[in-house]
Write a protein that binds this ligand. Structure first.
Ligand code: TRP
Length: 353
């Protein structure tokens, strides 16, 4: 069977280090592993509109930003098809058919939907489009025959719901759709990076993100202002590393070589953590180290972004070509779907049979 990846992001802002550690870095590895026959990376503008219906301009502006973030992280348009969701109308058609296979109560039980409804204070009045987005996400995945969806842990209920839709469809209309698997990032601590203020989630509206497009100076400033263990007041105090954002970021980004280069007094992250826990290691020193580690991971990304920013017409053309290729692939699935559902009325005189 063909190995196919589909994944994507909502273009509601520039991408940040949380996106990078939680999924972008993994995608680039998978892309370069050579184990996949086709890779689709989707800029989910239609999904972004499900909770930004009044701000289409914001979604529009962020499409190019997200495309630049992809390219600067190492997504290679020669190997991966980058496309814009709304340019593939087949996805909407497919969602419409799937809606008949899912109950309202099943959507209400979807943990991701539940928590997002809470986050957005939608409890009293949930837009129908937002409520149905797990269905449209199942359409995104199945339209490309994806076998694998690299995504963060928070997307697990989405993939589960998608698999249920695939089962149901195949049971009702005959074996047509492919069941996807989620691919989680290797290092579990990467799945969820907190904001620099220690809040559970990095989010643009909270102003607590380090963006992939941040200037090196800006990264330094943000790291130095990071929240740490509030009870670690004097250098001599014992400190906590669990849940401490500075150490969570180090878990996600630090490589063994970073010690010999930036902090030769220590030989490993474990040793650094033990010193912090014992007491006698100040926050500033750890933050300075984190800042150097982050700079060295993000610098190549920043450089590549600067280069791509000079080539916007090429990025634009790449998105158009990618969207057309995605449309063609999705149409193949739709033809099989319409045939299975016996609604392919005008193919091979089907209404006459
Ligand atoms: N829900 C994803 C996000 O919030 C975007 C997305 C839309 C997606 N459709 C998808 C991800 C299908 C993986 C597979 O960024």
């Amino acid at each position: 069977m063909k190995q196919v990846i589909l994944t994507g992001d909502r273009p509601t802002g520039r991408l940040h280090v949380g996106h990078y550690a939680g999924s972008l870095r993994e995608r680039v590895k998978l892309q370069n592993s050579g184990s996949f026959d086709e890779i689709y990376i989707m800029i989910a503008d239609a999904q972004a509109l499900t909770d930004n219906a009044e701000h289409p301009e914001k979604v529009r502006q962020n499409i190019m930003q997200v495309a630049l973030d992809y390219l600067s992280c190492g997504i290679d348009p020669e190997k991966s098809t980058i496309f814009i969701q709304s340019m593939v109308p087949q996805l909407t058609e497919l969602s419409f058919y799937y809606m008949n296979l899912v109950t309202v109560s099943r959507l209400q039980r979807n943990p991701t939907v539940k928590s997002e409804i809470q986050m957005r204070n939608f409890e009293a009045s949930i837009p129908v489009g937002f409520f149905c987005y797990p269905i449209s996400q199942a359409a995104d995945i199945t339209a490309f025959g994806a076998t694998a969806v690299p995504a963060g842990e928070d997307q697990m209920p989405m993939i589960e719901q998608c698999r249920e839709i695939v089962h149901k469809f195949n049971a009702v209309y005959g074996e047509t759709l492919t069941e996807p698997q989620i691919i989680l990032p290797e290092n579990a601590s990467c799945c969820r990076l907190p904001g620099i203020d220690g809040k559970a989630k990095m989010s643009k509206s909270l102003g607590n993100c380090i963006y992939l497009s941040d200037e090196p100076k800006e990264i330094e400033r943000k790291v130095m202002s990071m929240f740490t263990d509030p009870n670690h007041i004097k250098v001599s105090d014992p400190g906590r590393v669990e849940g401490n954002p500075v150490f969570l970021y180090l878990d996600a980004f630090c490589e063994p070589e970073d010690f010999s280069q930036f902090l030769p007094e220590y030989s490993s992250l474990q040793e650094l953590k033990e010193h912090y826990q014992r007491g006698g290691l100040g926050d500033i020193k750890v933050k300075r180290f984190l800042s150097q580690v982050l700079q060295s991971r993000l610098q190549p990304i920043y450089q590549r972004r600067k280069e791509w920013e000079q080539r916007l017409p090429e990025v634009y053309e790449m998105l158009y070509q990618g969207s057309m290729a995605a449309r063609e692939r999705a149409e193949q699935t739709l033809e099989a779907v319409r045939h299975a559902m016996k609604i392919d009325y005008f193919t091979q005189s089907s209404l006459l049979q």
